[in-house]
Design a protein around this ligand. Structure first.
Ligand SMILES: NC(=O)c1ccc[n+]([C@@H]2O[C@H](COP(=O)([O-])OP(=O)(O)OC[C@H]3O[C@@H](n4cnc5c(N)ncnc54)[C@H](OP(=O)(O)O)[C@@H]3O)[C@@H](O)[C@H]2O)c1
Length: 362
């Protein structure tokens, strides 16, 4: 009998859900005991539900392949099977909000990739390296909603870690960024499956992703915010202007970033040193999914590139390069992170590992 914590994945058949199934297969603390998706998949064995659309580069884990997929909307079906729910359903926002609240009310720890709760003031948006202390809002959240052990924490938008983590590394050294212009070049898997058609994407770039610019501009304030009186008060000192585009790359979100500091600015070498030496709580705690080197600096003039760099540290590192002066702001650089790993399933598993160490799950 395994002593791992039993977890469930809702939206288990989608792009993010499949990454959960792949990554959790090797996780030393968690084990998938429950898989759910839409009523279209419910009742099938997982291997049948994903037949013809398993997109991972590794084989489907046989134990999960045999699980019967439940209807994600049926909270009762998960009772007694798991204590943690990784939420990767793609549904109308209000339905997701209600569903995740229902799971938490029934005692599940909900770790979500969906944006439905990102603006709920006592639900933290976690990037464990940056705002690990936001976990400690959980007791206030439980008191507010009358939950005994249920909780909700959410991941940010899949592209923001490629610039947030490098900015945080500079903040740790005392350099505060005041303004940022960011243009994202986001991979196709970020749109889920099947996503945009090949006729839309081959030989093309789509200069619009619905809702993405607002998320890229607003979520960082909450991540950098402070927990006060049972709510998270967003930081208002960083102004971001974002332009988000969809590009014909399968996995990997790149960000071309220009930054201006609030006061003193580091030299180019100090900036690279801050990135290379960056470590935070997930590394100190040696969480199983934590990248040993959270930021990898490439000195080649033409890196990072999605195909060559997205899998660094099992897809959990942010790879930066092209750091150089900017004629309008202080510096420019390119950041890259794997959208379905660090930006989705891997980042959320890291959040759950942090919650376990802090005693909120398990
Ligand atoms: N892709 C990324 O890089 C990324 C990154 C961060 C966050 N996210 C977020 O993660 C969530 C999932 O994204 P994805 O890319 O994995 O989408 P996806 O590939 O389209 O998968 C959607 C999943 O939701 C299920 N689903 C759809 N309608 C449902 C319903 N009415 N009831 C229950 N389940 C339903 C699907 O089940 P069936 O297979 O049965 O239809 C499938 O498992 C979205 O909220 C997305 O915004 C995605």
């Amino acid at each position: 009998m395994s002593n791992k914590i039993s977890v469930g994945v809702i939206g288990a058949t989608g792009m993010v859900g499949q990454n959960y199934i792949r990554l959790l297969n090797d996780n030393p603390w968690f084990e998938v005991a429950y898989a759910a998706a839409s009523p279209r998949s419910a009742g099938k064995r997982y291997r049948e539900a994903v037949a013809g659309r398993w997109h991972m580069g590794t084989d489907l884990p046989s134990r999960v392949g045999g699980l019967v997929v439940e209807d994600a909307g049926n909270v009762h079906a998960a009772l007694g099977k798991c204590s943690v729910i990784f939420s990767a359903v793609d549904m109308e926002k209000e339905s997701v909000r209600k569903l995740e609240m229902e799971f938490a009310a029934k005692g599940f720890a909900v770790v979500s990739n969906n944006s439905a709760h990102r603006h709920t003031e006592d639900v933290p948006i976690l990037i464990p390296e940056i705002n690990h202390e936001h976990c400690d809002i959980v007791p206030a959240q439980q008191k507010h909603y009358g939950w005994s052990k249920g909780l909700i924490v959410v991941k940010p938008n899949c592209s923001i870690q490629s610039y947030m983590i490098p900015i945080h590394a500079l903040m740790q050294k005392g350099f505060r960024v005041a303004k940022m212009i960011v243009t994202t070049l986001q991979g196709l898997s970020g749109a889920g499956y099947p996503g945009p058609s090949s006729l839309d994407m081959v030989d093309n770039i789509i200069p619009y992703i619905g809702g993405e610019e607002e998320k890229s501009e607003n979520e960082p304030g909450k991540v950098f915010g402070k927990v006060t009186g049972g709510r998270i008060v967003p930081d208002g000192t960083l102004s971001i202007s974002a332009h988000c585009t969809r590009v014909p790359v399968i996995d990997g979100h790149s960000a071309c970033v220009s930054i201006q500091f609030a006061g003193a600015r580091p030299s180019i070498d100090e900036t690279k040193d801050a990135w290379r030496s960056y470590r935070s709580v997930p590394q100190e705690l040696e969480l199983p999914s934590a990248p040993r080197q959270p930021i990898i600096v490439r000195d080649e003039i033409d890196r990072p590139q999605p195909r060559k760099d997205r899998d660094a540290e099992n897809g959990m590192a942010v790879v930066v390069g092209r750091l150089r002066p900017c004629k309008v702001f202080d510096y420019r650089f390119v950041g890259l992170s794997h959208n379905t790993v660090r930006g989705a399933a891997g980042g959320a598993i890291l959040m759950a590992e942090l919650l376990k160490v802090k005693g909120y799950i398990g």
